[in-house]
Design a protein around this ligand. Structure first.
Ligand code: NAD
Ligand code: ZN
Length: 232
């Protein structure tokens, strides 16, 4: 049985009202990423960093999975599937997905940078570590920070066989250059993004065998029909 490897980005959660980072009126337009998402400076900007992620967590707590998240959960029952996401939200899990590889972390987890205590958090984080008073960081990969889950991600991406399918949804490819995998891979590759790739994006439509433009919640049904034809 061939396998379906799904790689998602912020775009699949956009219609659940979680803003993407790079689109117009995206999160980066309103905040300076060097202040709120930088491993070198986060302790200096401690209160602003937490205010920013508390707001993100609030948005995510108010969001519901959309048709794209639900369809991926259905595919997980039907196909041999691997799900990789750059998203820090839990909408795939809320739709019923399991074993999702969150390569950039999880908004509902915190870790102390000193004693390494881990916290599950639902709402706001205020203050320092309860055990050692150290600085506590959202368990999210910041710029200039190592990404421990990349090893597992590369193990999956380097193991896509000829009969397999790679489906990439809602990512500009700016942080992880997934287009290169599609371009060089010997497998069928599908891209679903809102708009045609431009010089703004790392990802290029021409890297993929099949390309869908438009809203993820609409295109997901066309992709489902395509998978029915091509998955073995
Ligand atoms: P990005 O913001 O760089 O790109 C978003 C992509 O989604 C674009 O290609 C755009 O065309 C597409 N898109 C927008 N709306 C769409 C829709 N309705 N349907 C289909 N596609 C749509 O996102 P990225 O490549 O994931 O990189 C941003 C980084 O920011 C990631 O590492 C991620 O961790 C983080 N992030 C996460 C969330 C989240 O967890 N939901 C939200 C914002 C940013
Ligand atoms: Zn601690």
């Amino acid at each position: 049985m061939s396998k379906l490897v799904i790689f998602t980005g912020a775009g699949i959660s956009a219609e659940s009202d979680i803003p993407t980072f790079r689109d117009n009126d995206g999160v980066w337009e309103k905040y300076d990423l060097n202040v709120v998402c930088n491993f070198d400076t986060w302790k200096d900007n401690y209160n602003i960093v937490h205010a920013f992620y508390n707001k993100r967590r609030h948005d995510i707590n108010n969001a519901k999975p959309n048709a794209a998240h639900h369809q991926i959960a259905k595919w997980q029952k039907q196909y041999n599937i691997k799900i990789i996401t750059q998203n820090i939200d839990n909408l795939l899990e809320l739709a019923g997905c399991h074993d999702v590889l969150h390569v950039h972390g999880n908004i509902h987890k915190m870790k102390c940078s000193e004693c390494h205590a881990e916290y599950d958090i639902v709402n706001d984080w205020v203050g320092n570590c309860r055990y050692c008073s150290g600085y506590v960081k959202p368990d999210i990969v910041f710029f200039n920070e190592m990404a421990p889950k990349y090893e597992d991600m590369f193990a999956i991406l380097n193991n896509i066989d000829v009969d397999d399918v790679l489906l990439v949804m809602g990512t500009s490819g700016q942080v992880i250059d997934i287009g290169t995998y599609a371009r060089h891979g010997d497998f069928v590759s599908i891209l679903s993004n809102f708009e045609t790739s431009s010089e703004k994006y790392q990802i290029q439509d021409s890297d993929f065998d099949y390309v869908f433009h438009g809203k993820a919640t609409q295109k997901i049904f066309e992709i489902d029909a395509l998978l029915k034809r091509i998955m073995q």
